[in-house]
Design a protein around this ligand. Sequence first.
Ligand code: TLP
Length: 344
Amino acid sequence: MRHVELRSDTMTRPTPAMRRAMAEADVGDDVFGEDPTVNRLEVMAAERLGKAAALFVPSGTMANLISQMTHCGRGDEMILGSLAHSFYYEQGGSAAVASIHPRTVPNQPDGTLPLDELEAAIRGDNIHFPRTRLIALENTHNLCGGAPLEPAYLRAVGDIARRHGVKLHIDGARLFNAAAALGVPAQQLALEADSISFCLSKGLAAPVGSVVCGNSDFIREARRSRKVLGGGMRQAGVLAAAGMVALSEMVDRLVEDHANARRLAVGLAGIAGLELDPERYKTNIIYFEVIKPGLGAAELAAALQQEGVRLLASGAHTLRAVTHYEVTAADIDYALNVMARIMK
Ligand code: TLP
């Protein structure tokens, strides 16, 4: 039976080139700054995003938390989208671990926060208020269907942040998907950010790891934050080696994942009992609703699994599919056939 894994691009297994690079990696103790492969990855990542420095960290969640706690002190406020991964799926770590007060602004379907509401949410100087220190955006936006945020929007948010003396962090877990979809260099999407993170372990297929980029002072402090969170990783060069392959070999092919996601979205839209607007999806994440009476998302996901197709039931009637390098156009056609059969 064919196996089509569409639950997440986090499921990607390291490529043969990554496994070779991992086996041969030159390593040292990274807590002492002595892992040459981690150091090379950090230089490579910083250059790629046009920042002065970078920090290799274990996960996207830790990348966000490190960035938040480096920008904010105890009781400071961070503004972020109501559907931000950081707000939704990170156990409220900013509050639980870093004592940062989160303030949400409603995400629009395209992943943006309305500029007027964003600006209005920034606090004035008042003894009753927490101090707004940080705005956090997400690009691409996971819960908004992998929506990429455009340079013009980022510029507008950057202007607001600067005007109010507030920092901007971008959770770019899938930043290279955004760059591929918009046809711009990732650097352009990083321009306005005081800190920006991206994941090596999602569409780029490395087994573990994310990178935070920013200026040298920020990264020096972020290195301290990483240590207190237990993210100092010793001979992490075995992981960074895969990350370097991810950055050099896996970025240009992301457009294939987007084409496959589109193929899937168009196919699903033609199946009675499923609802989605295929025009909405520009990267590798799609969401759709099952509207057949008596059939819930979990039941549908279970039926698909029987036939080797794995999707995520992300709500009572909502499913998510994410394409990546282990999913081919033929896999998409297989998944669509199975889906059509089940929905009949
Ligand atoms: N997202 C995962 C799940 O947690 C939902 C996925 O399968 O999509 N930012 C964004 C935008 C993310 O989508 C994720 C992971 C993270 C941060 C966290 O990264 P990790 O899983 O490495 O901690």
